[in-house]
Design a binder for this molecule. Structure first.
Ligand SMILES: Nc1ncnc2c1ncn2[C@@H]1O[C@H](COP(=O)(O)OP(=O)(O)OP(=O)(O)O)[C@@H](O)[C@H]1O
Ligand SMILES: [Mg+2]
Length: 351
């Protein structure tokens, strides 16, 4: 599986661009502000329905236009997919000409992951990022997961709306919430258990030491979700939100038994976050014969030469499609790219 072709229209400063990509090593180079990251954002959008730089997709729409469009075609198997984001309207996407009911479905057709200079946020920022990280792998490992995930979040929204309007109606959602929520949590648990050997390997070779990765499901470990909902009812009613459930799940990273986000250096935080991503890719490749496309935006930033070589070795070992950005034509990642694109002021041309 790889991205064979992408066209972008009005993605930030890129008014129009078409790229025919190589299944292995692609390089996009150009000066600061030329549009390299914007192109990667367009690719990511196609597989995720969102950017990796902002939660607000509207920010990606070219200032002077009302909407952006991205089209793509994957190879092995060949699938066409497209996405359109407009100001003040919901983003819509299609696979093979059919509108999707949830953008999450894009993941199943075009698996894509990114490592950019903001990768440490995976450790530093809210649990929502780590849940997205967990869930993306589960989407590829368990085929019914997208549907369970989507239905759970809809039921949760309904329950929260009821809590605010007329709390006596809220518990009507509980049976569905409990059934879907337990199933979602179980899928995540299985996936993270399967990840452990890859995690230990990758963390050891990248960070150079043991980093513990543990899962918390979003309610007390030894109780059922039904118990947890009963236990949090008074708080739920008072605050108008549901306090227990897989929407509160997280993964915890510990170095020498202490939270990595508090004790790890900035460089180590970046390496831990990178290891989280690469371990998942290794698991998908070896355990599930899935090779996602990996976007690497300015990958050398902040890494010393020893860690950079370990990083490059891990990445090349994945043998997945790579799209790498750099300021010049000689990227640190590899010496001979299979395809090269030059970007200047939002205009892309193959070299
Ligand atoms: N919504 C938008 N509409 C038009 N232009 C935008 C929009 N958002 C950002 N830009 C501009 O797009 C340009 C390209 O940004 P981008 O981050 O892609 O550059 P880059 O090549 O990755 O640069 P760097 O090497 O500094 O990372 C910037 O000059 C930015 O001001
Ligand atoms: Mg950039």
């Amino acid at each position: 599986m790889s991205l064979a072709f992408i066209s972008l229209e009005n993605v930030r400063c890129v008014e129009k661009a078409e790229l025919g990509l190589h299944p292995e090593r692609n390089l996009i180079w150009g000066p600061n502000g030329s549009g390299k990251t914007s192109i990667l954002e367009g690719m990511f959008l196609l597989g995720r329905g969102r950017s990796f730089r902002t939660r607000n997709t509207e920010r990606l729409i070219h200032y002077r236009t009302p909407q952006l469009t991205v089209f793509g075609r994957t190879a092995d198997p060949e699938r066409a997919l497209g996405l359109q984001a407009s100001r003040g309207a919901a983003t819509v996407a299609k696979i093979g000409g059919e509108f999707l009911s949830s953008l999450a479905e894009l993941s199943t057709v075009f698996p894509v992951q990114v490592i950019d200079p903001g990768v440490h946020k995976l450790l530093e920022e809210s649990a929502a990022r780590r849940r997205r990280w967990m869930d993306w792998a589960v989407f590829h490992v368990e085929h019914g997961f997208v549907e369970v995930w989507t239905r759970y979040h809809r039921a949760l929204q309904q329950r929260n709306a009821a809590l605010r309007d007329d709390a006596t109606q809220a518990s009507a959602w509980d049976p569905e919430l409990i059934q879907l929520g337990e199933s979602l949590a179980e899928s995540r648990r299985r996936s993270l258990e399967g990840l452990q050997p890859y995690w230990q390997d990758t963390a050891r070779s990248l960070v150079g030491r043991e980093v513990e990765l543990t899962y918390s499901q979003g309610w007390a470990r030894d109780g059922t979700l039904a118990d947890a909902l009963r236990g949090s009812w008074a708080r739920d009613e008072a605050r108008g939100i549901t306090h227990a459930g897989p929407h509160r799940a997280d993964v915890h990273l510990r170095l020498d038994g202490l939270p990595a986000r508090e004790v790890a250096s900035r460089g180590q935080q970046k390496l831990i976050a990178v290891a989280m991503i690469l371990a998942q890719l290794a698991m998908l490749r070896e355990g599930f014969a899935t090779s996602p496309t990996l976007l690497l935006d300015d990958p050398a930033a902040e890494l010393d030469s020893t860690h950079l070589s370990a990083f490059i070795e891990q990445v090349l070992r994945l043998r997945c499609q790579l799209v790498v950005t750099a300021l010049g034509p000689d990227p640190v990642m590899f010496s001979a790219p299979d395809r090269v694109f030059h970007v200047e002021q939002g205009r892309v041309r193959p070299v």
